[in-house]
Design a protein around this ligand. Structure first.
Ligand SMILES: [Zn+2]
Length: 263
């Protein structure tokens, strides 16, 4: 690290759990943030400020006036511009050292698969189940840890699906794709502005911990936040042994450098 980097990241380096070594892991890491909206905004801002070396910010939407109440990457001046480009400009102002790739398309198919395979960590900050399941499948396939967040009205949820550990559940274990889940989007439901900041910031914290290997993550737990009563609780998640996404591959391949908890 250069002298300037040692200064910029000094308050991380001062942490006994962190030090120069963890900061260097962040600089070498590549994070894929899917969605540059309410969750992706604080998540990407913290990842960039904290010095994650490479960020890919993907969003197919353009900035709308109704976004500005909570999507803090964007400004009044950026209304009408692609969110990924507006976000990239904001991240460059926070930390010009971070390499940011803006993808102004809704990620799917081969492109999503390729970007997940290249990433150290994936943050699902999207707003629809189709994308969430596609991200999960790619993360399971490539054994890339996934930090998943959701926020609606006053209710937030965060979890980590880390299939480097064969005992870990995946997103599909928790929310089966064929289940009758009514898609509720904040476009019609309303959302408490700082809740997206709380959830997105937790996603950034979990991502930084996963990359550096410090602390305990939300792997195998779902954190549930009620911002109206400000009650937080976490529930234990079990892997579904019949899950069509993670069961077969989980039984045959486990990362040798990441032994399961029971091993
Ligand atoms: Zn699963």
């Amino acid at each position: 690290m250069t002298d300037e980097q040692l200064l910029r990241y000094s308050r991380h380096i001062l942490l006994s759990e962190f030090g120069v070594e963890a900061q260097e892991k962040l600089l070498a890491a590549s994070a894929l943030v899917v969605g540059a909206g309410g969750l992706g905004s604080p998540a990407a801002l913290y990842l960039a400020a904290a010095g994650v070396g490479t960020l890919t910010l993907a969003d197919g939407d353009t900035v709308d006036l109704t976004n500005l109440q909570r999507q803090i990457l964007h400004t009044t001046q950026s209304v009408g511009t692609p969110k990924a480009e507006s976000g990239k400009a904001a991240l460059a102002r926070i930390n010009p050292e971070v390499r940011v790739a803006a993808v102004s398309r809704r990620l799917a198919g081969e492109e999503l698969d390729r970007l997940v395979a290249q990433a150290t960590i994936v943050l699902d900050c999207s707003d629809n189940f189709e994308t969430r399941h596609a991200i999960n499948r790619a993360c399971v396939r490539h054994r890339v840890p996934l930090v998943s967040g959701a926020a609606l009205r006053f209710d937030g949820q965060v979890s980590v699906f880390d299939l480097r550990d064969r005992t870990s559940p995946c997103y599909h274990c928790l929310f089966p794709e064929d289940a009758e889940i009514e898609e509720m989007r904040c476009a019609v439901m309303g959302i408490f502005a700082p809740l997206t900041g709380i959830v997105g910031t937790i996603q950034a914290a979990e991502a930084l911990k996963l990359v550096t290997g410090i602390g305990e993550t939300l792997k195998g737990r779902l954190l549930i936040i009620d911002a109206l009563s400000m009650e937080w609780r976490s529930v234990k998640l079990e892997r579904d042994p019949a899950c069509p996404v993670c069961s077969t591959s989980a039984a045959t391949t486990a990362c040798p450098s990441f032994p399961s908890a029971g091993a």
